[in-house]
Design a protein around this ligand. Structure first.
Ligand code: NAP
Length: 315
């Protein structure tokens, strides 16, 4: 299928509904259970650039010393730079040694990212996983949120977002009124609907909505036997059982589980773009195939019935 292009909230950016996420490309075996070589990572980004997907998500903090950004930068260098129309988003992270997440660190993180990626600027820069610091510190004068606002005001970055987990905290960030985009992960999937209220709030206020990790970091793509973690943590019991039942329901309809998991996000009217992590060139075509798979209404109803109750969601 050819992914449609949509407005990202009120930013004025046009993005494809599919975005490729690059944390697996950094080679993080503690999260994903396998290593990814630089050669494979670069080939994957080249396959993305050759596809109709026009949105790439990364972060200063993916892999040691920004390995994901370095690998993207290597692929872009081979292609003579970022092709027109590709939206490359990155995120600011704390200093990996000291944990400093001050306003000064935000500026340093952004400079590092530009250097690794080999670009002059990015259209979208997120505050990454702000659950790592107290909210009051993040929004204090001269703190990281102020630094992001200043980067945008000076035209050094197009738009600013907040990307993280706990939905109540994410909502507090949106209520500051300064963010253009929100990215939530693992919280709008076949087995977790925690982010729906957050997304509705964002939609109402013209904030772009990006839903990352539709496979829960892999369990909903590879199955719970191959990937026992959901949302990067061990989650035994009802959640894995629900995924097994969903895989059976999908198989009975001749639908691959990842096709349903991916389209569960793509079909939501609250979501502008869905970020899928992949780490091999073949996955790019496979992702597009799953995005276009014909899924009968009856299967959606069965999957809804099988969804775990809210006490099993990440929240
Ligand atoms: N706080 C944040 O800002 C935040 C948090 C989470 C995620 N994100 C972004 O969102 C992206 C997506 O999250 P994620 O990568 O953690 O999780 P995900 O997209 O839910 O799942 C990625 C995993 O699914 C596997 N996979 C993908 N397509 C598959 C297929 N067709 N068949 C079998 N396995 C498949 C990948 O395996 P292979 O490696 O084998 O392809 C990888 O192990 C990240 O890469 C990152 O860019 C941001």
């Amino acid at each position: 299928m050819t992914p449609t292009t949509r407005p990202l909230g009120a930013t004025g950016l046009a993005v494809t509904e599919l975005c490729v996420g690059t944390s697996p490309l950094a080679s993080m075996p503690q999260l994903y259970g396998y290593d990814v070589s630089e050669e494979r990572a670069v080939a994957t980004i080249e396959a993305v650039l050759d596809s109709d997907i026009r949105f790439i998500d990364t972060s200063n903090g993916y892999g040691a010393d920004g390995e994901a950004e370095r690998r993207i930068g290597a692929a872009l260098a081979e292609r003579g730079g970022l092709p027109d129309g590709v939206v490359l988003a990155t995120k600011v992270d704390p200093d990996p040694v000291t944990g400093d997440f001050s306003g000064a660190r935000v500026n340093a993180s952004y400079r590092e990212s530009l250097d690794r990626l080999g670009v002059d600027g990015v259209p979208l820069l997120y505050l990454h996983d702000p659950e790592r610091i107290p909210f009051e510190d993040a929004v204090a004068a001269g703190g990281p949120v102020d630094a992001l606002v200043s980067l945008r005001a000076r035209g050094l970055v197009g738009h600013i977002g907040v990307a993280g987990g706990p939905v109540e905290l994410m909502r507090r960030y949106l209520e500051t009124g300064v963010f253009d985009v929100v990215l939530s992960h693992n919280r709008h999937t076949l087995v977790d609907r925690s982010a729906d209220g957050l997304f509705a709030f964002a939609r109402k206020h013209g904030i772009g909505v990006v839903n990352a990790a539709p496979y829960g970091g892999g369990m909903l793509a590879k199955g719970p036997d191959a990937q026992s973690k959901y949302g990067y943590g061990e989650r035994p019991g009802p959640l894995a059982a629900a995924v097994r039942s969903m895989a059976d329901a999908c198989a009975a309809h001749g639908v691959p589980l990842p096709a349903a998991a991916l389209q569960f996000s793509l079909r939501s009217p609250l979501i502008d773009a869905t970020v899928v992590g992949v780490s091999s060139p073949e996955r790019v075509a496979q992702t597009l195939e799953y995005a276009g798979w014909d899924i009968p209404d009856a299967l959606w109803a069965e999957l809804d019935e099988l969804a775990p109750s809210p006490e099993h969601w990440l929240g």
